[in-house]
Design a protein around this ligand. Sequence first.
Ligand code: RNT
Ligand code: ZN
Length: 416
Amino acid sequence: MSPYETAKSRYARYGVDTDSVLDQLAKIPISIHCWQGDDVGGFERPDSQLAGGGIQTTGNHPGKAKTIEQLRLDIEKVLTLVPGSHRLNLHASYGEFGSTFVDRDQIEEKHYQGWVDWSRKVGLPLDFNGTFFSHPLADDGYTLASKDERIRRFWIEHAKRCRKIAAWIGEQQGSPCILDTWVPDGAKNYTVDKFGYRSILKESLDEIFETEYDADLMRDALETKLFGIGSEAFVVGSHEFYMNYAARNNKMLCIDMGHFHTEEDISDKLSSILLFDDEILLHVSRPMHWDSDHVVLFNDKVKMVAEELVRSGKLENSHIGLDFFDASINRIGAWVTGVRAMRKALLFALLQPIDLLIEYEEGGNGYGTMSLLELQNVLPFGQVWDEFCSRHNVPLEDDLIDIISAYEKTVLKERT
Ligand code: RNT
Ligand code: ZN
């Protein structure tokens, strides 16, 4: 018996069919974020700038993508190393603007035509994000909630254009483009007129969402947050703000795993959200002490999120996106680790005997549930994961370091 056959029979004992799990796993799209490749710099200026305005990367590992071509090359490399189906999550600041500067309130579909063409070529449908940071008009900490009418209008225009572009992308690719809107708005110090700022944000969003787009083309998600760099005392678009806004306006929430107190259990939020909202967007991330956007690992927190998606039966209503940026290590390696970790967590969750677990739970056999969950940690998960990688013609874990190191030597070193 091959190692996989042995593993298969171990799982079969609990009524889990590993073959059908692997088929199911392959179809779950993970949206790979473009911004891991260049430290959230974007390509608005000939020299991609450093991120700012609520976003910060640390580290200076050589080899960062300095052009769109390099970024695409790196993503194509990543695609050879991650099994299953994927999407690409693009930020508005990554458009192809040519030699003239195009400001955020001027972006158009044509600036993303190259991405649409490339995405078709590599089989990577696009999602989209407005870029409300790294811009002089975001420097005072307010964009859509700004009390300065000129600033507010500028960002409203950006948001409207992003929705139009997302709908156009959705049409081009024949699958809805998920548009995430995250604004950094907030303040470092205690803010008196919180009600005022939140009213302004609500008003801006109402205007932005006046135009209806077909859900087959694009869908809006709103990203909540607790605090950020420079917004320690006040975040306008808090969790409560967007929870209410989304529920009343039929929008999707984007839940970023880094946007809560570090002791909060993100997985526990999902059933409450998915009971009332049709869909959810996740930004899977790994906060260390704060919203640090460390590379996602196959750890308990990510496993618990995946378990909840599977157990709730809402996997198909959930859009899984990643959000991390680590500039201190090989960026392609960071991507590969994070994407694979998310996929492993989904596999780990799918391999659980849910019916049996619920049977124990309902029967008052608390020990049975606990013990069966504990057993999951020692079943031959690795063999099933290896099998998945082999079936999708991507390397096993054992070979990753050599492959990434070779890419570093042959491609990334050339960039410095
Ligand atoms: C910031 C949000 C947001 C960004 C990306 C780059 O706290 O998490 O999603 O990380 O838009
Ligand atoms: Zn995020």
